[in-house]
Design a protein around this ligand. Structure first.
Ligand code: MG
Length: 186
């Protein structure tokens, strides 16, 4: 009989995989912070952590993480067939499947996610830079792009949330303003 995998099992496996491959939620939140701090005065790292956790709830992202890191791990063990083994192990610049897989999971978060992903793909920052396969600390050909996509999605999600909060706050203040109430009454 075919086994239907429960989403709890997928989520737990994806989070474990991230941790096993040396990436913490805080590492990704740090990238989100760097991307969004210029736009939000007093941005807190806690908001970034919350956003990363929310993005990691998405099944599509969990699946991409499992697929990409599986290929990284198999390449580390020399278990892929040639020429894929060499392409993944060398992080061949023209390969592109690593970026495509990662890019596929940012679309749900809109244009800020897409442009931030493009930026992070070029200007590798924080954990994304530390994961560079060419630095000789394991094979992370897929993982660096996946981390960039999680950070990009979390950045976009947060940008929209913060705007909603600002607007709600402004509306609340307007309703409390007696002058404004007078005008409405008049
Ligand atoms: Mg890559």
């Amino acid at each position: 009989m075919r086994r239907q995998v429960h989403s709890k099992e997928v989520k737990a496996a994806a989070l474990k995989r991230l941790a096993d491959r040396g990436v913490t939620i805080e590492d990704i939140a740090e990238v989100v912070y760097l991307m969004q701090a210029p736009y939000h005065v007093g941005l807190k790292i806690e908001s970034c952590i919350e956003s990363v956790n929310a993005v990691l709830e998405k099944r599509e992202i969990q699946h991409a993480l499992l697929v990409g890191t599986e290929l990284d791990i198999l390449a580390e063990k020399g278990m892929l067939s040639e020429p894929l083994q060499s392409i993944v192990a060398n992080d061949e610049g023209l390969f592109g499947c690593d970026e495509t897989l990662a890019l596929g999971s940012v679309f749900g978060y809109g244009s800020i996610a897409v442009t931030t992903f493009g930026h992070l793909d070029k200007q590798k920052v924080g954990i994304i830079k530390r994961l560079d396969t060419k630095r000789g600390n394991g094979i992370h050909t897929f993982l660096d792009d996946l981390v960039a996509s999680i950070a990009a999605s979390a950045s976009s999600r947060m940008a929209h949330r913060l705007r909603d909060e600002e607007e709600a706050e402004r509306e609340k203040n307007m309703n409390l303003d007696p002058e404004n109430n007078d005008q409405q009454a008049g």
